[in-house]
Ligand binder design. Structure first.
Ligand code: DQA
Length: 144
């Protein structure tokens, strides 16, 4: 069985570290990748991907059906809009953890609803990039 954890990131997260640092912090997605690897148990591997395009994220979720043992996903703004990403995740049979760097519940009302939460096995919000580390650790303990 594959032991690769897909860590998928949605739109604008390529700008992590530059974009609204008062909300998202100063760390970059490269730091997130290093953090995920550092928190990954032995025998597991990390594949961190980011796209600004909904269809690309869906294609990676489809690929994960055969190539990943779990998905950690920060869908960014698609969290609040994308039935298509929810449908793709519903076709993925292993653990899914949803991560938000900011506490979306403390922000605008449109960020309070998540389509992805209808599928996620766990949801983390407001822990900064440490939320990714917690998600990776959770997946590793779930899968042993
Ligand atoms: C985000 C929260 C979303 O509402 C927002 O659109 C993002 C990032 C977060 O990580 O806090 O782009 O998912």
């Amino acid at each position: 069985m594959t032991r690769t954890i897909y860590v998928l990131n949605g739109p604008n997260l390529n700008l992590l570290g530059q974009r609204q640092p008062e909300i998202y912090g100063h760390d970059t997605l490269k730091t997130v990748e290093d953090l995920c690897r550092a928190n990954c148990a032995e025998g597991f591997d990390i594949r961190l991907l980011q796209s600004n395009h909904e269809g690309q994220i869906i294609d990676w979720i489809h690929e994960a059906r055969h190539a990943a043992c779990a998905i950690v996903i920060n869908p960014a703004a698609y969290t609040h809009t994308s039935v298509a990403i929810l449908d793709a995740l519903n076709a993925f049979e292993a653990p899914v953890i949803e991560v938000h760097i900011s506490n979306v519940h403390k922000r605008e009302a449109f960020r309070h609803h998540s389509y992805v939460s209808l599928r996620a096995d766990g949801v983390i919000a407001g822990l900064g990039i440490e939320g990714y580390a917690a998600a990776v650790r959770r997946v590793c303990s779930l899968l042993g």
